[in-house]
Design a protein around this ligand. Sequence first.
Ligand code: PHE
Length: 372
Amino acid sequence: IGGVKINKDDVVRESDPANNVPDSIFSKLGLQLHRRDHHPIGILKNAIYDYFDTNYSNSFLKFDDLCPIVPVKANFDDVLVPADHVSRSYNDTYYIDAQTVLRCHTSAHQAELLRKGYTHFLVTGDVYRRDSIDSTHYPVFHQMEGFRVFSPDEWMASGMDATSYAANNLKKTLEGLAQHLFGAVEMRWVDTYFPFTNPSFELEIYFQEKWLEVLGCGVTEQEILKRNGKMDNVAWAFGLGLERLAMVLFEIPDIRLFWSNDLRFTSQFSEGQLGVKFKPFSKFPPCYKDMSFWISDAFTENNLCEVVRGIAGDLAEEVRLIDNFTNKEGMTSHCYRIAYRSMEHSLTDEEINQLQWDVREAVQSKLNVVLR
Ligand code: PHE
């Protein structure tokens, strides 16, 4: 399915209890911001392509049109995600049915491309995660996966062992990329864990007074190579978040802006122009509304955020837990503060009150909680 809107009724059985994909998410399928040459996400993709084309003489094959609806096997099993890993839960991942998900990372395509015999590739696509609401999180975002396989003669000549050779090459490649995109920027490597790489690293960049994680990477687990016909090789992989990088590069303060069709946003970017600083066209005031309720055992913040987005859409800027206590009877109460703010106009009191009213109704009826 390429660049084509996906019709919900064609992929979801209405009655399937395993489906947890709301219409608001379905409406994003097929939009492919990463394939728009005048959109910051597309501009960034093309700049990364340029870096690899120039430094690796076009040896990386590029895929940016692979279908985001993938088997559970491809998204998790093929990249060695353990059966009990949290990322597999209905709370974290969108399931179309018990065997099919909206990919939660572009790593979902590693195994299939290896099996096809590719050794150098870049995969760009929209990925989907259930999550909380704030200025750097959105349930749909874009990643680029990079993958490179080495053959024995490459590391033998270096005198290094295969893993050190690949890890070295990986860090050099990504530092070069960061340099190409940012020039000078404060960054740091952090050791981490991924099921599909060992060793594993994260690269963080300093932005708006915080360290922002922009990519994960590492030396590919041997088991993945072995299963897919690359017995005698070593490889590295990375997965980078395009929104996070684009926010830093273009100084875009809120992740919701990427989805805006407002000309005051879209007209500020043009093909090939990396890092033109975004000029905020509005600082409309936020409006805060608090909501308290007794939670049930099944309550999760991700579910709450999905209900809030279902009603308020992109007017919801942040949902934050501000109070949490358990009474003598063992009942737990949460108070959440919702920030509403439009990028496009000043919200009226009537508008906000109506929204908050509708959110309260929906929270009560869908989440099995008792409002206080
Ligand atoms: N798939 C990882 C994520 O989404 C990123 C990653 C890709 C890490 C490849 C290591 C190797 O967080």
